[in-house]
Design a protein around this ligand. Structure first.
Ligand code: HEC
Length: 147
């Protein structure tokens, strides 16, 4: 009897922890890991980092959710055309300290900033990490998403 109660309390605690953690974590991970470059709300900073609230990310949410996961896990370098007609030449290092669940949470937060409900899962991140993709592949994909 006592044992059964303890088990169900433990299960309930784990369940509520997990869902609260996913909701809170994306914003938290963003502010500790991405915001120094991409700024609060993902508005970007000229010459430093592109905006993450953009037609590219909106299109990614609708058509190719892998794109931001690829950027976060593999990094991105070179010159990017921006929606405002400008461009940025920079390098984003792969965010190797983030676990698959962290990457999924922070990418979902970026989708949320773009006012979409698109979502990726940790399993998607694991699949994308394991797949080879060059910087040129990412640039080609981004070009597709700019149309
Ligand atoms: C050290 C600064 C820095 C940090 C930290 C950083 N980024 Fe970036 N990010 C950049 C730069 C610079 C680029 C553009 C790279 C280029 O010019 O090719 C970029 C590009 C991107 C892009 C592609 C945007 C587009 O328009 O195609 C995404 C998505 C992105 N970052 C997400 C993130 C997320 C999410 C995090 C946190 C987990 C993060 N970045 C952390 C600097 C950073």
């Amino acid at each position: 009897m006592t044992r059964r109660v303890l088990v169900s309390v433990a299960v309930a605690a784990v369940a509520s922890c997990t869902s609260a953690a996913v909701a809170a974590d994306g914003a938290q991970i963003f502010s500790s890991t991405c915001q120094a470059c991409h700024q609060a709300g993902g508005v970007g900073a000229p010459g430093l980092a592109p905006p993450l609230v953009s037609p590219i990310l909106k299109n990614a949410a609708a058509r190719q959710k892998d794109y931001p996961v690829m950027v976060v896990t593999k990094g991105l370098t070179g010159t990017l055309a921006l929606a405002d007609g400008g461009s940025i030449t920079g390098a984003m290092p792969p965010q190797q300290a983030l676990a698959d669940t962290d990457v999924a949470a922070v990418v979902n937060y970026v989708f949320h900033l773009n006012r979409t409900t698109a979502a990726v899962k940790a399993a998607d991140v694991a699949r994308i990490r394991a797949a080879a993709a060059t910087n040129e592949d990412l640039k080609r994909l981004r070009l597709e998403l700019s149309k």
